[in-house]
Design a protein around this ligand. Sequence first.
Ligand SMILES: Cc1cc2nc3c(=O)[nH]c(=O)nc-3n(C[C@H](O)[C@H](O)[C@H](O)COP(=O)(O)O)c2cc1C
Ligand code: SF4
Length: 429
Amino acid sequence: MKTETSASAVLGSPLRINSLEIKNRIVLGPMAVLRPTDDGRPSNQSIAFLRRRAEGGVGLVFVGGAVASERAWNESPFFPNIRFDKDEFVPDLARMVVAVQEEGAAIFAQLFPSFGRMGVPRNGAHPIAASAKPVVMGATGFPDHVYVPGGRVTPPPDAATAADIKAVEADVVSAARRAKAAGFDGVEIGAHMCYFYSSFLSPLANQRTDEYGGSAENRARALRDAVAAVRAEVGPDYPVGIRMSVNDHLPSGQGADGFAEVARHIVTAGVDFISLTEGNYESMGQNVPSQSGNMLAHGEPQAFRAAVGGIPLFLSSTPDPQQAADAITAGHADATMLARQLLADPDYAKKVIGGREAEIVWCDHANSCLRRLMTNIPVACHKNPEMGHEDPEAKRATPLQNMFVWAAGNAFLMAIADKAAKAAPKPKH
Ligand SMILES: Cc1cc2nc3c(=O)[nH]c(=O)nc-3n(C[C@H](O)[C@H](O)[C@H](O)COP(=O)(O)O)c2cc1C
Ligand code: SF4
């Protein structure tokens, strides 16, 4: 018998975000798997991928890997990206929006203001962040079956000046205006991982001594000002949210209570939802976990709830439907946001809400999708042969690329590659 606390009843119930009602509480998380055109427009594959997830019953779709500024376009670590940095992209974005809305889902744009500590120096531009701190990739571990032979440390960014911070803010405001003009139902400012705004939020990455560093209030300032400026642009009724890492998961890093305290200073500027995400590029194993419900076990949504009250919180990495439903019933979160599970099974939402959980195709967390993303090979999912060519015309990875993805996930081969990379002479600077 279906009870009010069953997964189908809880996850199938509507959710209000500002003036928008979303039909259920299952959300497609942002993923840079959309394969836009080389000049940054949604391709037929981008649209077909998102439409397929909307058709599969999710209430809300996030467009991942989208850039808000020319700076972000130039320095992105994964490409091409969908662009929001010029008015000329609005008509193509609108085509994608309509396709998703036609299937009954809402669609939000995730806007990457700038890649901060993960930015790649390119085309004469140098990345900027709160402080000149490089990222030690996977310092406390990588996701299962992901290896980076020899390790990787990013080039240190420049510490942003006050004028740089205001320039990024202006770009985010313009991008939000374009998203609204294209018909998006809401926007999210990406302030997670080691990207620009994220670098301000934790004392580990923010060593500034001006009004953007030091206290939680100061560390919140850059993002809080951006939210306030976007809010002033889009008006009081339009959904505006942020995506935040909620725990550094690093020795002497900031934990959930510290991040929640920073969030408390930001939400008053007009935040309608927070997408919670674990860890960052230095604690990647936590960011892309193999178990359902880690975030709940770590108490992160609970800390945010205590700090920010009733603002809708999106829970991450909890594909177990009843576990997500119980968290919502307990008041820890308001919706479940899923990434890989919806690559493996685009009909997950329909199956959960229809009480057909036995039919779900489960993601195995073997992360070949992630290895593809990290090596700029078209993302595919071995559990779902349709994924990556929802548009049958979409270009497929070559057999050589597929072989490379396999080898990059093989512990034995990667141990050899790691030894070789560490023994190789270091380039002279
Ligand atoms: C292939 C792939 C691409 C991703 N791209 C993005 C992205 O563009 N923006 C983002 O915020 N997170 C991105 N992520 C992270 C996911 O949104 C999510 O936080 C992570 O996979 C953990 O959630 P899951 O356990 O539901 O997969 C990506 C993850 C994967 C596997
Ligand atoms: S390739 Fe598919 S099954 Fe494997 S981790 Fe990625 S989404 Fe899950």
